[in-house]
Design a protein. Structure first.
Length: 314
């Protein structure tokens, strides 16, 4: 399905060097903020107190959240748990207060708001668990990157694999740079969004690279230079890109605007990832593949040698 078809190829690669310089500067800025400010990690990574409370009626999540923030727990997470009557509260560690004192303080504030609230359980998530989650998250990210490289190297060619990984890492680091610069809370849901962006971005790169391979193998475009082949491949997939990314972005923006605080940073990470995923597939992945010297011979199937002996050797 196509919304429109552009007959004349758009010269994307003519400005590839300029956009690559912008990408490099943005990447360096993101790395700088990551090291200078660091990520504002949630309690899943740093440790804290987890409380489960229950109400006889449907809980007012927003009212509970404002109450908890008013007690000084600005980085807390309040969400429904199982049913509309059960609420899960995640609280960061506070200096001078242990887990018991934190839970008593919060429970007292909740009872002042609604005396019918009932405490179901209190758990302390220690920093050791946080370190384990950090390690597992980095391992998951590394395995995804390695898997993508192997897949692209087998499906296309190693130059495309390198270009796609550079583009995907560009997207991931940019997302992390935004979270470091604005000190947005980085939680497990945000990590899940980052991993989703990796898969989403590589899918866009595969679509472009697949069209590049088709164009290289098409005899009608046999005289086109590599840059012109890239321009043709990107231009011919624009309609598909607008449909796919437009539909996805509408869904993600709906989560961002109407999903509430629980999905807020998850949706922000996806929004940034989708926008930069489109950009990186065109001006990073395709351009890097071109700089690496990909050519028609890399993607053409080797011709089978014909038997010219005319028969069996006696």
């Amino acid at each position: 399905m196509e919304l429109f078809r552009i007959k004349k190829d758009i010269p994307f690669m003519r400005h590839a060097l300029i956009f690559n310089v912008i990408s490099a500067l943005t990447f360096v800025a993101a790395v700088f903020f990551l090291f200078h400010k660091g990520l504002h990690l949630s309690i899943e990574f740093t440790g804290g107190t987890v409380m489960e409370v229950a109400y006889p009626q449907s809980a007012n999540i927003e009212g509970i959240r404002q109450n908890v923030v008013g007690m000084g727990f600005t980085d807390s997470q309040v969400q429904s748990f199982g049913t509309a009557h059960d609420v899960l509260i995640r609280l960061p560690t506070q200096k001078g207060l242990n887990s018991t004192q934190v839970s008593e303080k919060v429970l007292g504030g909740l009872k002042a708001q609604d005396p019918t609230v009932e405490l179901r359980r209190v758990e302390f998530v220690g920093p050791q668990v946080g370190e384990e989650l950090t390690h597992d998250g980095l391992m998951a990210l590394g395995m995804v990157v390695l898997g993508i490289m192997i897949y692209l190297a087998f499906r296309f060619e190693w130059k495309f694999a390198v270009a796609a990984i550079i583009a995907n890492l560009h997207d991931v680091v940019i997302i992390l740079g935004f979270f470091a610069f604005f000190q947005w809370e980085f939680s497990l849901t945000v990590l899940a969004a980052v991993l989703a962006v990796l898969g989403y971005s590589v899918n866009e790169s595969v679509v472009v690279f697949d069209r590049v391979r088709e164009t290289f193998r098409d005899r009608r475009y046999g005289k086109l230079a590599t840059a012109d082949v890239m321009n043709h491949a990107i231009t011919s997939t624009i309609s598909r890109t607008i449909i796919t990314h437009g539909s996805t972005e509408v869904m993600v923006l709906s989560m961002l605007l109407f999903g509430g605080p629980t999905l807020h940073y998850f949706a922000i990470a996806l929004t940034i990832g989708i926008l930069f995923g489109i950009y990186s597939s065109v001006f990073v992945a395709a351009a890097v593949a071109m700089w690496l010297g990909v050519k028609r011979e890399d993607l053409l199937k080797p011709a089978k040698e014909k038997d010219t002996t005319g028969g069996a050797v006696v």
